[in-house]
Ligand binder design. Structure first.
Ligand code: NCD
Length: 338
């Protein structure tokens, strides 16, 4: 895949080689993310960071990634504070904002809206989540995390067993991650959800066509050899009413007791975050916080590396990052990571 100038809208754009390219560049971003070195490779470049749906880590990590490469960030958050609330089309917004920016990251509540926006944009557009459809950068950081966590335990992605749990119908992160994992070999997927929130057929078809082994269940038991358990939040914003979401909140929880009973001692625990920590949901309990297999904050850290790699690639500077390197003058307490 030729990344320079390309939009990143769906994981379907990638193949194993392009994923390897992104991950190799993400690895090279570690010294900058850890503040051991700086780079000014994107000095003067502007990111338009347009988030029309709630976000903390995706929005801030896109901005941080761009800043770490030396670029500047202009941000718009919330539909009501933008001209979209006055009836402006995505096309018009894209035409205008793309002349103010060199690249745009965008999140929107409607499936397909980021692709529609990209049609009017004159600069590359990166999908930060479009409705229940896709979240390609999250899938990349999830896969990058899975590879690193499993490598630590001495194996790879091919042949692994992953359990995805919770709201698999509306959770865009599991849709994109499943499609990405489908490119690997012999993966066992155990998909645990209430029947009404099962993984969409469009994703199941991709897994079946690629020959993976899929179990669909509403029981947590039976996954004792899982390598990964990927918990999700009930996507209450996608239900017609909050009361409808209440029916499912708290149905599938993961805490120390459940983890010890149903999973092997080194099953990696993942969640795209935010985890809903309210008592009625509490899908991923704080009593797992000290468990070394809890990878949720390593996932979030990896998001910066992946987004740096994608900016470097789409703006065609991946091979010049080190050339524009300089020293960090301040005290840095960043941990050494993996
Ligand atoms: C996810 C999202 O927005 O789809 N969060 C994220 O980007 N890390 C998951 C969620 O909101 O539940």
């Amino acid at each position: 895949m030729n990344f320079t100038g390309s939009n990143i809208l769906s994981v379907d754009q990638f193949d194993i080689d392009s994923i390897q390219t992104i991950f190799a560049i993400a690895d090279r971003m570690q010294p900058y993310a850890r503040r051991q070195k700086r780079t000014k490779v994107l000095d003067g470049a502007i990111l338009g960071n347009l988030f029309f749906e709630p976000s903390t880590r995706t929005r801030v990590s896109f901005g941080t990634a761009f800043n770490l490469l030396g670029g500047e960030v202009r941000e718009t958050t919330g539909m009501e504070s933008s001209a979209l609330a006055k009836g402006e089309s995505l096309y018009d917004t894209a035409r205008v904002l793309s002349s103010y920016s060199d690249v745009i990251a965008m999140r929107h509540p409607k499936s397909g809206a980021v692709a529609e926006f990209a049609e009017g944009s004159r600069v590359p557009v990166i999908n930060g989540g479009d409705g229940a459809n896709e979240h390609p950068t999250q899938a990349l950081l999830d896969l990058y995390t899975i590879k690193k966590e499993l490598a630590y335990h001495g194996h790879g992605v091919d042949g692994m067993h992953i359990c995805m749990m919770g709201d698999l119908k509306f959770g865009r992160t599991v849709h994109s991650l499943s499609r990405l994992l489908a490119m690997y070999k012999d993966i066992r997927f155990t998909l645990i959800s209430p029947r009404e929130l099962a993984m969409p057929d469009s994703v199941l078809d991709v897994l079946a066509n690629a020959g993976h082994h899929v179990t669909i269940t509403d029981q947590v038991s039976g996954s004792s050899d899982a390598d990964i358990v990927y918990q999700t939040r009930i996507q209450q914003e996608r239900f017609t009413t909050p009361q409808e979401a209440d029916l499912y909140r708290g149905k599938f929880r993961l805490n120390s007791e459940i983890y010890t009973k149903h999973y092997k001692p080194n099953t990696v625990i993942m969640h795209p975050l935010p985890r809903d920590s309210r008592a009625e949901a509490n899908e991923l309990d704080n009593d797992l916080n000290q468990n070394p297999n809890l990878a949720i904050f390593r996932q979030a850290d990896n998001g910066v590396l992946i987004r740096m790699a994608l900016f470097a690639l789409t703006l065609g500077v991946a091979e010049q990052v080190e050339k524009y390197e300089c020293d960090v003058n301040w005290y840095s307490s960043k941990p050494s990571g993996y």
